[in-house]
Design a protein. Sequence first.
Length: 337
Amino acid sequence: MSQPGSQPFWKNKRVLITGADGFIGSHLTEALLQAGARVRALSQYNSFQHWGWLEEIAPQEGLEVVAGDVRDMEVCRKLVKDQEMIFHLAALISIPYSYQAANSYLDTNIRGTLHICQVALDAGGIPVLHTSSSEVYGTAQYVPIDERHPLQAQSPYSATKIGADALAMSFYHSYSLPVRIARPFNTYGPRQSTRAIIPSIITQLASGTQTLKVGDLRPTRDLVFVRDTCQAMLAIAQSEQTLGEATHIATGRETSMQDLLDTIVRLMGREVVIATDPARLRPKTSEVFRLCGSPEKLFALTGFRPQLSLEEGLKACIAWYQDADHINKFKPHTHHV
């Protein structure tokens, strides 16, 4: 079995990444370039000519950045021309914003997935790795969650991801499109938005706050460093055994948000007052209280397991966010949805 990111598999392979301008997408772009792939990276079109986190990647041979939107079928048709594999990450992902703008999530997450699968099929059956989310499970009915766990939509976001997953898999069963589903649990790392708890805590502390604003600290999450998430995605994409399968990217370990906060405060050497911010709380029955995924299927089908410990990953995050060039890109005292 080839190792994830191995040169023989990826060398000069033409790969499209949708959502390449985002947190995970930009790291995946770097991972594929390092593995020797030729990457066409989709950045959502905007009038500022800004490529999101792709701005952090130096222009280089093998990288083509294209501005567009997966909600437009003709844009998608042009994107897949001459490509050999598609990593589909483009999605609206903020759970709080999905309460306000559910229709936007339907258009991007479901219709966008339909467009990518349809044009991949029309282009001769280009393999698609579709990116899911552990939020499709809702609060765990048992742990560790395996891929047979029931699905439960506890937010409009998770409902659209369930729909997008089902739609992608329908193309595998109906038209034999080579579809794989990667289902990451809670990915964290440099470039993550401060709407997520780890960068929110770090940037608030780094900015000198004396009162740390947080949401509910009871939930638990299975936290995977972004480098491991990307390497797992490469492993899933190059395994024949993952065709037609949903595969977790998880560690099998859960951490409460309280323990996570305590660890970051300790690592940063700070003493602060903790304050619950009502704006950071989900509606009562929408909160997902427990997520812990089984990595056993990933290991069985690809031989890969996440490597970096949580403390090592948090140290890397703290170093990155504390850098002046990085923290100035965020608004630590503003809650983002």
